[in-house]
Structures are given as structure tokens and as C-alpha cells.
Design a binder for this molecule. Structure first.
Ligand SMILES: Cc1cc2nc3c(=O)[nH]c(=O)nc-3n(C[C@H](O)[C@H](O)[C@H](O)COP(=O)(O)O)c2cc1C
Length: 369
């Protein structure tokens, strides 16, 4: 029987256990540069088999929220290097989640105050988070403009450069954020992609940008250091598609030959119902994985959304390789030790999740602390 606490290798990355810290945006990086607080926050959580960082913008255009970090400039690389050094000093492993928000942004966060970009000029109908004069507030996302065909190679290049920067910053690898209604997910789904060129219409066309991005990153840093996050049915940020199964089965066929380190699947609505469905039939996650394996895919299978210890143990004993925990890691820096002894668990303070200082970030006690 496989346990959550058994070691495993994800591509080139040796993990001490099968417990991952899911990516968690915390809005504490003013000027898009992680601070000393990030060094402490992530090193406190180094007992996770794998840390996936908070979503991190690949470019200024990829920004959609106040005070989220980036990985496009030399200063950001220097700041992240201190984080990866601290995690490695404690024996942990850490990959960075590479993010372009697409239409989930606000003019005020974009270069020159311009419109955010998207596959098509369709507003996300969701909210983003702004901080003005130190005060945080939620605001409607702005109307995006459709990306020109000629701009798409530049987006792929921004991902490639971000992946190179990540390795220079000492990360063990990257997770491509292709979930939760952000840019790559916007291209994948018919609700947000109304293009009539080679990047819209058919499933093959809608998946094209994501496939190009993953291939460019694999070429740059190696498949053994590359993972991807997908959320086949989530409605997050206005994501919608009535036929997710054939879409994501096609995505699996494209990813299978690449030999990625891991595939990270959010089951259901992110942070919500695990049995959430888009379209007429429940999504078949086992079928998705079986199709991936049948196509020769060998990446580790990481699952997420609403897992507790019992559900996670069941999953790794069946067919998942790694379980990612989100909210539990906010308030429990030593989550693996707590899972091992069946708790107790600290409760997160809802008022200090997005933005702010050390309170609610680095001050949650470890067991015996
Ligand atoms: C505060 C917060 C921030 C999040 N930030 C991100 C993010 O940056 N990238 C991402 O892919 N998902 C993000 N998520 C989703 C989580 O990674 C995870 O999918 C979700 O919380 C469900 O897992 P859980 O039930 O273990 O918390 C965030 C969730 C929360 C609660």
C-alpha cells in the first residue's frame, strides 16, 4: 500500500513525500518582488514533498492582481533565489507557478494603463484585487482586447524566458498555470475563445497556444522540470465550455509524449464542489488519466481540491501519485507532520489571506510551537 508519506520522484525532482503545497496567492509582493517575508513563509513550509509557489507573472502584461510576484526581471530572480535557497537549506523542493492572467486583470495593473489581453474581446465577469494607498478592495475586471495573431509568439517567448529565469533563481522546476480561467485556459475553452484563426474554433486550435508554451518550456529547461496545472470543469473566473471531456482528452494526448514531471488536476470547482460539472455529463477523471497513460504519458498524477487526510490516503493508494493541499497549508506550516498524527489543524484567519504583513502569513505556529 502506498502512503502519503512515501518518497517519490517527479521527473528530475526527488520528493520526500507525496504531499504538495498547492499554489496560493497571498498578495504580499509590492512592486512584483517577493520580500523577506516570502523567504520565511516558504521555508516554514519546506516539509512539503513539493511546494508550488503562488502564481507568478511571466510579464507585466501577465499581471492581474495587486502585489503578486513576477519572474520576468533580474531583480525578481535575485529575490526568488533567496526563497529557493532557504527552502533547499531545509531539504525542501520548490517549483514556481508560471502565470499569465489574460483577461482577468484591470487596466490600472497593465503596462501604460492599457487594456488586458485575451483570446477574444469578452469580459471575464469576475473580480480582481487592487490595493490603493495600502487599502485592498475587489474590482470588476476590465474589458480585454483580443490578441493579434502576430503577438502570440511573444507570449510563448515570455513563458520561455520566465522558465529560464526560474532555473536561474534556483527553482527545481516550473508549473505552467493552465487552470482557473487564466490566459491558457481562456484559449482552451469555447466560452472565452471565439477566434477564427489557427488558435480558435476546433479543439486542436484552442489547445495550440498551451501546447506551444509547454513545448517551448520543455525545450528550455527539460521535461523533467516541467509540470502543468489544469482544471477541466472549474467555472473560476468565468471559465466555461460545454464539452470539457473531449477537450481535455485531446490535451492529454498532446502532453503524453513530452514526459513531463507532473500533471496537476483540480477536480471540480476550484475551492468548491468536487462533483461540479460543466455540460451534460459528470467529468470522468479516471478516464482522463487512463487516456493519458494509454497515450504513453508517464508524468506523476497530482490531484487537488478539498482533500483531507482520509481522501488523500485513498487517492494515493488508488491511482494518484501526489495530493496538493491549499487552504490547509495557509494555517499549518508543518502540514505533513500534522497529517501524519491526524491533526490538530490551525484554522486560517480569513481577514489576512490576501495582502497585509506577517499576521496570517508567517505567524501560524508549528506543532509544539
Ligand atoms: C488564498 C488562495 C489563493 C489561491 N491562489 C492560487 C494560485 O495562485 N494559483 C492557483 O492555481 N490556484 C490558487 N488557488 C487554488 C488552490 O491552489 C487550490 O486549488 C484550492 O484552494 C483547492 O484546494 P484545497 O481544497 O486544498 O484548498 C488559491 C486558493 C486560495 C484559497
Amino acid at each position: 500500500m502506498t502512503s502519503l508519506f512515501d518518497p517519490v520522484k517527479a521527473g528530475d525532482i526527488q520528493l520526500a513525500n507525496r504531499i504538495a503545497m498547492a499554489p496560493l496567492t497571498r498578495n504580499r509582493s509590492p512592486g512584483a518582488i517577493p520580500t523577506a517575508m516570502a523567504i520565511e513563509y516558504y521555508s516554514q513550509r519546506a516539509s512539503a514533498g513539493l511546494i508550488v509557489t503562488e502564481a507568478t507573472a511571466i510579464s507585466h502584461q501577465g499581471q492581474g492582481y495587486a502585489d503578486v510576484p513576477g519572474i520576468w526581471s533580474p531583480q525578481q530572480v535575485v529575490a526568488w533565489k533567496k526563497v529557493t535557497d532557504a527552502v533547499h537549506a531545509k531539504g525542501g523542493k520548490i517549483v514556481i507557478q508560471l502565470w499569465h492572467v489574460g483577461r482577468v486583470s484591470h487596466d490600472s495593473l497593465q503596462p501604460g494603463g492599457k487594456s488586458p489581453v485575451a483570446p477574444s474581446a469578452i469580459v471575464a465577469k469576475t473580480k480582481t484585487y487592487l490595493i490603493n494607498d495600502g487599502v485592498g478592495s475587489f474590482a470588476e475586471t476590465s474589458m480585454p482586447r483580443a490578441l493579434e495573431l502576430a503577438e502570440l509568439p511573444g507570449i510563448v517567448e515570455d513563458y520561455r524566458r520566465a522558465a529560464r529565469n526560474a532555473i536561474d533563481a534556483g527553482f527545481d522546476g516550473v508549473e505552467v498555470h493552465s487552470a482557473n480561467g487564466y490566459l491558457l485556459d481562456q484559449f482552451l475553452r469555447s466560452g472565452s475563445n471565439h477566434r477564427t484563426d489557427a488558435y480558435g474554433g476546433s479543439i486542436e486550435n484552442r489547445a495550440r497556444l498551451m501546447v506551444e508554451v509547454v513545448n517551448a518550456i520543455v525545450k528550455e529547461i527539460g521535461a523533467g522540470r516541467t509540470g502543468i496545472r489544469l482544471s477541466p470543469v472549474t467555472p473560476a473566473n468565468g471559465a466555461s465550455d460545454p464539452h470539457p471531456q473531449p477537450l481535455f482528452d485531446y490535451v492529454m494526448k498532446q502532453l503524453a509524449p513530452l514526459n513531463l514531471a507532473f500533471i496537476h488536476i483540480i477536480e471540480g470547482a476550484t475551492g468548491g464542489a468536487r462533483d461540479y460539472q460543466q455540460g451534460d455529463t459528470p467529468f470522468d477523471y479516471a478516464g482522463l488519466r487512463n487516456n493519458y497513460r494509454a497515450a504513453g504519458g508517464k508524468a506523476l498524477w497530482m490531484v487537488n481540491n478539498g482533500y483531507d487526510r482520509a481522501l488523500a490516503e485513498k487517492a494515493v493508494d488508488a491511482d494518484a501519485d501526489i495530493v496538493a493541499f491549499g487552504k490547509l497549508f495557509i494555517a499549518n506550516p508543518d502540514l505533513p507532520a500534522r497529517l501524519k498524527q491526524h491533526g490538530p489543524y490551525n484554522e486560517p484567519d480569513k481577514t489576512t489571506i490576501y495582502g497585509g504583513g506577517a499576521k496570517g502569513d508567517t505567524d501560524y505556529p508549528a506543532l509544539g510551537g
